[in-house]
Design a protein around this ligand. Structure first.
Ligand SMILES: Cc1ncc(COP(=O)(O)O)c(C=O)c1O
Length: 384
């Protein structure tokens, strides 16, 4: 066989595939991968069926349906009170992972450096490396998962071309404050650094907190790509639909790649989402998910897991098993799946150096009965 080049340093399947396969093998309840196990809004299903029967089955325009981009712009205006140009600044993408990759590709040249914060969503480092660039990971502080800004300052070099931000954060559930964005703005003011802001959980913030989007920060917005996922806002992760927002010149650079990577995105899904968003009666995901987080936290009190901090946003709750076991987190997660029938994600998987704080990630975007069944199994565990 001719040897093909390894385009990035991640080997094997992602931890999400591994744990989901293991959950299936051992008939475990799968709280590992981040997706809802309940149905989407009936209206959205009907709109998808209508789009296909109405004949919207051929290629949509390259940047996305104008109808959908206008609906997105109106939605962003309503939620953040910002003006976004639907034609020049929004591109519909096949999910946010693609958006992050394409934004990074538009920015990076071989040898460039990109700062990321760890624990980090697992596509960032491979996406950076696939562009011949180098990820510079900075560990967030444990257990509050805040940013050590001195470390960021020290990490910025003439080779640094971008910083990837993820708020609300997967896996930690932490969110950035206005002050975090202001501090970042100060640090990058005299540089050519671009911000890649992964805001897929923007709608999922709890306890009355506000999600601060990079789009609300006028100074940073001028140097940012913001990436969104319809999957997380409308419970349809399997549709793999999202969008990118960036200043006009950045959007031109993004589309230069987009038109040759995918050219255009699923047409009936674009119509369905456009109608759904414009209807103003889409199911609200925030109260639903906050209720699930609260329900899960209440149930977890019956188990020997330690919750250091309730998730402020996202689909995920971290929990420490310090009172249960000394095992490394990967082994603990495997043991929990095999012996107790509950699949989680070991948080070391989100660190380039597999930093192990004895913490696992639970996804609470599940039906109450799923959560109840899972925690019932976890109550069988005993504290040491
Ligand atoms: C932080 C983060 N970014 C991006 C994504 C991917 O979004 P999409 O499915 O739209 O590609 C996920 C999905 O889990 C995520 O957690």
């Amino acid at each position: 066989m001719i040897q093909l080049p390894a385009k990035h340093s991640a080997t094997g399947n992602t931890i999400f595939s591994v744990m989901s396969a293991m959950a299936q093998q051992y008939n475990a309840i799968n709280l590992s991968q981040g997706f809802p196990d309940f149905n989407i809004d009936e209206q959205l299903s009907q709109f998808l069926a209508k789009a296909t029967t109405d004949g919207y089955n051929q290629y949509a325009p390259m940047p996305g349906l104008p109808l959908l981009r206008q609906a997105i712009a109106a939605d962003l205006h309503r939620r953040y009170n910002i003006g976004v140009d639907a034609d020049a600044e929004i591109t519909v993408t096949p999910g946010a992972t693609y958006g992050i990759y394409t934004a990074l590709s538009a920015v990076l040249q071989p040898g460039d450096e990109v700062i990321i914060f760890e624990p980090a969503y697992d596509s960032y480092i491979p996406n950076i490396e696939m562009n011949g660039a180098k990820a510079i990971p900075i560990a967030l502080t444990v257990p509050d998962y805040g940013v050590d800004w001195n470390k960021v300052k020290e990490a910025i070099t003439p080779a640094t071309k971008a910083i990837v931000v993820n708020t609300p954060n997967n896996p930690t559930g932490a969110i950035w404050s206005k002050e975090d964005w202001d501090t970042l703005a100060e640090l990058v003011r005299d540089t050519d650094l671009v911000i890649v802001s992964d805001e897929v959980y923007e709608q999922l913030v709890f306890d009355g907190a506000k999600h601060y989007s990079v789009l609300e920060h006028a100074e940073l917005r001028a140097r940012s790509f913001a990436l969104y996922s319809f999957g997380k806002s409308y419970n349809n992760t399997g549709w793999k639909m999202g969008y990118a927002v960036a200043p006009a010149e950045y959007t031109v650079a993004f589309r230069r790649l987009h038109q040759f990577l995918v050219f255009t995105v699923n047409t009936p899904a674009q119509y369905a989402l456009a109608w759904h968003i414009a209807s103003g009666s889409a199911m609200q995901v925030r109260p639903l998910m906050e209720q699930k987080r609260n329900y899960f936290l209440e149930l977890m009190k019956q188990t020997p897991f330690t919750i250091h901090q309730p998730a402020k946003g996202s689909y995920f709750q971290l929990a420490s098993y310090e009172r249960i076991s000394d095992l490394p987190d990967m082994e603990f997660a495997q043991w929990l799946t095999q012996e107790h029938g509950v699949a989680t994600i070991p948080v070391s998987a989100f660190y380039h150096n597999k930093k192990d704080d004895k913490i696992v990630r639970f996804c609470f975007a599940k039906k109450e009965e799923t959560l109840q069944l899972a925690v019932e199994r976890l109550t069988k565990l005993s504290a040491r």
